[in-house]
Design a protein around this ligand. Structure first.
Ligand code: GUN
Length: 282
């Protein structure tokens, strides 16, 4: 039986429509939500992502400030600019696009974002709050994955969830959010033994590997919910996820496509967080 496709485009449009209403309301109360995005260097993929974020802001009625800084920007200069944005009451969300050039210490830069403007949910304060279940800004990609499971009617409680990937941005927080929803969670990574067998036991499989078609059909339990976080290029240069979609879609219960899946929800959740940051100042 063919899997249900969890359509990120429709879902993201619904989320953004709700944000747009919230933004209108915020403006009526005298606050115009504003997101500042800092892009250092000229990584082409990052430039595409940042353009997408600015477009989403426009759709939602959020003011966006996109600043492009040269690749040789010093860490000190970046920290100075961040301090200015941190002190600027008209700016509610601050996002530093990653990856940063190699000469800049990413963790030091993230720590310079005030937690109340950290709409990526990357600062130690927000990561800690998430770990202990306090209200905080959730990282956008894992939050988007949870929205997609909810939309598909998949309740993680009591289910076996397997996350492939242990990054701070996706794998680790995705595992924490699934745990918070009472799933039994396994985190797999490059050193995991018997990966295929572990994945094949998953009722919920989250793939955040960064390798095209890494998840093959034998790694999928019949009827599983498959969330594909990967954004890769296949051998023909075509956009594809971490999951061999065509085969997986014959076996899974529901599955997210690439493109048109998690990526769009990541962007939508950034809008949710930015609106929340602005609301928190009312
Ligand atoms: N680079 C890749 N994904 C992300 C993200 O979610 N936030 C930021 N700031 N940079 C990224």
């Amino acid at each position: 039986m063919a899997a249900r496709i969890i359509d990120g485009k429709t879902l993201a449009a619904q989320v953004k429509a709700r944000v747009r209403d919230g933004v209108e309301d915020c403006k009526r109360q005298g606050v115009e939500p504003c997101l500042a995005v800092l892009l250092v260097g000229d990584d082409p993929a990052s430039a595409v992502y940042v353009r997408g974020k600015a477009r989403d802001c426009e759709e939602c009625g959020i003011r966006s400030l996109v600043e492009r800084l040269p690749a040789d920007t010093t860490q000190e200069a970046l920290l100075v600019r961040l301090a200015q944005l941190a002190a600027d009451d008209s700016v509610h969300g601050i996002l530093v696009q990653l990856p940063l050039p190699a000469h800049i210490d990413e963790r030091a830069v993230i720590k310079a974002i005030p937690p109340e403007k950290d709409v990526d949910g990357f600062t130690p304060v927000n990561v800690g709050r998430m770990m202990i279940g306090e209200t905080c800004f959730l990282p956008c990609t894992p939050a988007g994955c949870m929205e997609m499971l909810d939309a598909a009617g998949v309740d993680p409680a009591g289910k076996r969830a397997v996350v492939i990937g242990r990054s701070n941005i996706v794998g680790k927080p995705a595992a924490m959010l699934l745990l918070a929803r009472n799933a039994t969670v396994t985190i797999c990574h490059s050193r995991t033994k018997n990966l295929a067998k572990i994945c094949a036991e998953a009722d919920i499989l989250v793939a955040a590997v960064g390798r095209p078609k890494f998840v093959t059909v034998d790694m999928i339990k019949p009827g599983a919910a498959v969330i594909d976080v990967g954004i890769n290029r296949d051998e023909n240069g075509k956009l594809c996820g971490d999951v061999d979609f065509a085969a997986a879609a014959e076996k899974a219960g529901c599955i997210t496509p690439v493109p048109g899946g998690v990526g769009l929800m990541t962007r939508a959740m950034l809008m949710v967080n930015t609106l929340q940051a602005a609301r928190n100042t009312l």
